[in-house]
Ligand binder design. Structure first.
Ligand code: SF4
Ligand code: SF4
Length: 374
């Protein structure tokens, strides 16, 4: 397995159209991929539906077609939400090979195991299926990403010791949170001797845009360190964490991440104390802890852009100045020309059933509607 603790998540690639993640800026993506490799990092993580189903194609164009196969490792995933029958597993897998242009995947994951998806994975025999792919050499290492509580994780790892690694959501805000329970899940994975890959170390950008008071606190201590570097170092600084994925969307992030991760320094006691203070401060200001994963948007009959609205709402509540006008209000109004308004939610609950953060989305949208529409 890899030595360096940083992976390139290909889920938030730079886009030429802010309302269309599939319109990937390929020239910028190529430069970002090249820089990442030049700086000695090798792990790339994509998935079937990232970037409006175009991330795997982008991996081919920016990475696979332009670099020797032994200079990088590629991970992708099978998502239960796209499986109707057993035939779909191979259909998707073969399309993934074609989309990415590789003949094997270094890492292959069952995507987002949780209370609902595990029924599909069991019913369609995906656990034996993924092992068979490994036996045939089409996949080198198998694992799964996970968004649920520690009890189910323990059950899955007990029943399936064949998995080599687990991908967990770990960041300093979720470490002790009741909803995500990162610490407990990490401890379960460690108990089962599984390596951990971290996803969402910056919590979908939330920990890159911390409240002003937290930013000041971090900057006073280390003026040169970027705000996201605190979050990524926290995630990497656990013995059993083998790799931290960062969903990078611009060159600035690639340069910053690869710099401080090339010479990774664990957090000292004083830095850990500052993070604890940051958690208390941020928890007092974030209204809706949405990570922006977008799992909820595909099935919404009203085409409501849930993550963008929540992000604008959170940011608006964190505005320190009283101006009577905020850019968030304007962004919201612009977005509702393309997407359904928060007030148009019909309460069908499809989004809540798939939200890995178990958010009360319907309630949240009602708050968003009150905030931005009235
Ligand atoms: S509950 Fe509302 S936001 Fe969620 S899927 Fe249904 S209409 Fe869309
Ligand atoms: S509401 Fe839930 S599913 Fe939707 S983007 Fe946020 S965290 Fe993801």
């Amino acid at each position: 397995m890899e030595n360096k603790k940083l992976g390139f998540g290909l889920m938030r690639l730079p886009s030429l159209n802010p309302n269309d993640p599939s319109d990937i800026d390929m020239e910028e993506t190529k430069k970002m991929v090249d820089t990442f490799l030049e700086r000695g990092f090798t792990y790339f993580d994509t998935a079937w539906m990232y970037c409006g189903f175009k991330s795997e194609n982008a991996a081919k164009e920016a990475l696979v077609d332009r670099h020797p196969r032994d200079s990088y490792t590629l991970a992708t995933k099978l998502h239960a939400g796209f499986l109707q029958n057993k035939e779909d597993r191979d259909r998707i897998f073969n399309e993934q090979l074609e989309k990415t242009g590789v003949t094997y995947f270094d890492y292959y994951l069952l995507h987002d195991i949780n209370t609902h998806s595990i029924e599909t994975y069991n019913a369609l025999d995906c656990f034996n299926w993924i092992q068979d792919k490994k036996e045939k050499g089409l996949v080198k290492h198998i694992g799964f990403s996970y968004h649920d509580g520690p009890e189910l994780l323990d059950k899955v790892l007990t029943e399936h010791p064949e998995f080599e690694f687990v991908q967990l959501q770990i960041n300093y805000l979720d470490w002790d949170s009741a909803g995500v329970q990162s610490r407990e899940c990490y401890e379960v994975a460690t108990k089962h001797h599984k390596s951990v890959i971290v996803m969402e170390p910056v919590k979908g950008g939330t920990l890159a845009k911390v409240p002003e008071s937290v930013e000041k606190m971090f900057k006073n201590y280390a003026p040169e360190a970027s705000i996201p570097s605190w979050a990524i170092r926290f995630a990497a600084d656990h013995q059993n964490v083998w790799l931290v994925l960062s969903g990078m969307s611009n060159m600035e992030q690639v340069l910053d991440n690869t710099e401080f991760m090339s010479d990774f320094k664990p957090l000292n006691e004083e830095e850990m104390n500052l993070i604890e203070r940051a958690v208390a401060e941020i928890n007092s200001t974030i209204a809706i802890p949405c990570t922006g994963c977008s799992y909820c948007t595909d099935g919404c009959p009203m085409k409501i852009n849930i993550p963008k609205y929540f992000s604008l709402y959170n940011a608006d509540l964190q505005e320190v100045e009283e101006k009577g006008w905020t850019p968030q209000g304007e962004y919201y109004s612009n977005l509702t020309k393309t997407f359904g308004k928060a007030s148009e939610c019909i309460g069908c609950g499809q989004c809540e059933a798939v939200c890995p953060q178990h958010l009360h989305i319907i309630e949240g949208l009602s708050e968003v509607a009150k905030h931005f529409e009235q």
